[in-house]
Write a protein that binds this ligand. Structure first.
Ligand code: NAD
Length: 342
């Protein structure tokens, strides 16, 4: 299907501005863009209403997960000549799609880059929390070779609940099946690949009651916002482990703190945080942490937080760059792919 209104003169050089770009984005995009006519500009600033003017005259704005793409920002971009929003992410919960459509802005995304990257990071959090690697690492560096407080449990035979069984959920389930875990799953659309691994699909409350480890791999939507809250945490087995590499707002963070204080939640691994946009991807180590909820979370010995790094493998970065450039070129040729519709 062609979209002539998106077609551009192929002779003109197209300019794309990459907001929130880090040195690793520059490396992967420069490598992938070799030989194409696309002119890439790397901008470390996050896209907000205050920084949108940096994109004046850029037909393509390339954004990441913590860039703001609400109606006022989109309106500002469209007014200054932007025609395409090329997301470097799979998730698009941060885009006001209705506003984009109204303004004639096309939105494309990278639906899959490396489900393994995210799934393997979820497993890394499970192993580190269970075997207390974060504590052991610090202890041995201090010359303390004792083992008290480091007792873990065998993953073999334990029940693991997978919430959201798309590409990442399946990759995660395969790894956990390899450990000899029993798999439970919750997803409105059961996946035959999970069933082939011996997983049982259950309603969420039953999954929460039966699983020793729960890992979230569903998108953030109006149905999944605060899917894990005080009520659902009360359904867990005391001492259960929760892993969230999906989106921060899948969980009600203050409710997690209460569950950790009571011991109802035994372990917590987060790669995403509801209020991460102001913090993640920046070095704020010289500044007082203003977020009291995050500060409290960081005091628990049974909590590990990573700053949205689950996607960060070489393979994923290369795939994000290749698909994004392909998305831009296909859109420019009037034959768009990976469009996100409202
Ligand atoms: P996917 O679209 O392949 O799978 C998502 C699954 O969630 C689908 O099977 C869908 O049916 C299911 N789902 C939808 N609503 C649900 C609900 N209410 N309850 C349970 N399941 C529901 O997506 P994916 O590639 O597996 O990615 C999943 C999510 O992971 C993304 O939406 C994104 O938010 C997150 N993600 C995080 C990182 C990171 O670096 N931490 C990287 C990539 C993706």
């Amino acid at each position: 299907m062609t979209h002539p209104r998106h077609a551009l003169q192929r002779s003109s050089t197209m300019r794309a501005l990459l907001f929130s770009s880090q040195h690793y984005d520059q490396e992967s995009f420069t490598k992938a863009a070799g030989g194409t006519a696309l002119e890439l500009h790397f901008q470390p600033a996050r896209l907000t209403l205050d920084t949108a003017a940096l994109a004046d005259g850029f037909e393509v704005v390339c954004a990441f997960i913590n860039d703001e793409l609400d109606a006022p920002v989109l309106q500002r971009l469209a007014a200054a000549g932007t025609r395409l929003i090329a997301l470097r992410s799979a998730g698009y919960n941060h885009v006001d799609l209705a506003a984009a459509q109204r303004l004639g802005l096309a939105v494309v995304r990278v639906p899959a880059y490396s489900p393994h990257a995210v799934a393997e990071h979820a497993v890394a959090l499970i192993l580190a929390l269970n075997r207390r690697l974060h504590r052991a690492y610090n202890r041995t560096r201090e010359g303390d070779f004792t083992l008290h407080g480091l007792t873990g449990f065998d993953l073999h035979g334990k029940t693991v609940g997978v919430v959201g069984t798309g590409q990442i959920g399946v990759a995660f389930a395969r790894i956990m099946a390899g450990f000899g875990c029993q798999l439970l799953a919750y997803d409105p659309y059961p996946n035959p690949e999970l069933l082939a691994l011996g997983a049982r699909y259950l309603p969420l409350p039953e999954l929460l009651r039966e699983a020793r480890i729960i890992s979230l791999h569903c998108p953030l939507t109006e149905h999944t916002r605060h899917l894990i809250n005080a009520q659902s945490l009360a359904q867990l087995q005391p001492g259960a482990m929760l892993i969230n590499t999906g989106r921060g707002a899948l969980v009600d963070t203050p409710a997690l703190i209460d569950a950790l204080k009571s011991g109802q939640l035994g372990y917590l691994g987060l790669d995403v945080y509801e209020e991460e946009a102001q913090l993640f991807f920046e070095d704020r180590s010289d500044l007082p942490l203003q977020d009291d909820v995050l500060a409290r979370l960081l005091t628990f010995p049974n909590v590990i937080i990573t700053a949205h790094q689950a996607f960060l493998t070489r393979e994923a970065l290369d795939a994000i760059a290749a698909t994004t450039l392909d998305n831009i070129n296909r859109w420019a040729a009037g034959n768009p792919q990976n469009l996100v519709m409202g």
